[in-house]
Write a protein that binds this ligand. Sequence first.
Ligand code: GDP
Length: 365
Amino acid sequence: ALTAGIVGLPNVGKSTLFNAITKAGAEAANYPFATIDPNVGMVEVPDWRLQRLTDLFQPKKTTPATFEFTDIAGIVKGASEGEGLGNQFLSHIRQVDAICHVVRCFDDDNVTHVDGRIDPLADIETINLELILADLETVNKRYSRVEKVAKTKDKAAMAELAVLDKIKPVLEAGKSARTIEFSEEEQPIVKDLFLLTIKPVLYVANVAEDDVQDPTNNHYVQEVQKFAATEKAEVITVCAQIEEEIAELDDEDKVEFLEDLGIKESGLDQLIRTSFHLLGLATYFTAGEPEVRAWTFHKGIKAPQAAGIIHSDFERGFIRAETVSFNDLDKFESMHAAKEAGRVRLEGKDYVVQDGDVMLFRFNV
Ligand code: GDP
């Protein structure tokens, strides 16, 4: 499963946010095969379309898509040169698909800051520097090996060397590899380096309760936004403390609470939505009488791979997929009516699945 790792300096609100995630957590009974790990919080992906499909199909069961967050605690400063805990911090980051970097953007004299002052940019730099140093080590190690092979005019080695030459000076200048533009040919080479600073990042500005409604006035947030823009990163603002309270409410109370605060979407829902976007994910549905269910897929995959997300047999024996867009189903209100209107398509193995597709797979066993 895809996972986003939560990182940040001590006392910025990571645990508070992670608590909100586990409290809001997906109903374990729906996901009997999920591993139980105290550092992993699984949340349901909010999607209004699922409710609409449930109203239309009246299934016995509705199952939302889920998304995982991993709490990456641990020593940050000196991690790149450190043994033990420092290394563990880096190896945990290596395993996640995206990074949620929590940054303290609230003043509160009762909560001490590790460095004695609130300075979100310095906080961001502290963590990024460790990741950059770890990447520099990776690149340097690779460099000496590839340089030798490239001298023999080996094409692959020469191509890799060119990529390393592009990355190295950027890291040396203290910038993340994600700031670099790579060509289509370069991308697979970059991917094979498994760099940390290439991973998509989302800065989570943790603001005070008073700032939730209009965070644009918060100058800390403005600084984070300016920095994120240089890095192709995204920023969301949350108040971790409020999120913890919201996570304990049922849906109705939640709507009311958010209205009172003057916000449309909870920080947690924003976090899930933005993480989805960062990772290039989308949703397709299966809908029938036994179950209406949302499935997460990587944009760009074809129908057989989408079927394989449900079961590998579906992919192996794929014949075709009866497909209707959510919008058409929403409009015609039943499969039957959508069919009569000619809106149900039979898609083959080359069909690129679209967000919101409602699919029924035909396959050989
Ligand atoms: P961590 O070390 O990053 O996991 O930080 P914690 O989640 O333990 O938070 C550190 C302290 O900051 C705790 O006392 C929290 O109650 C407090 N805190 C977290 N989020 C907020 C917030 O949005 N506003 C204020 N005022 N305090 C917060």
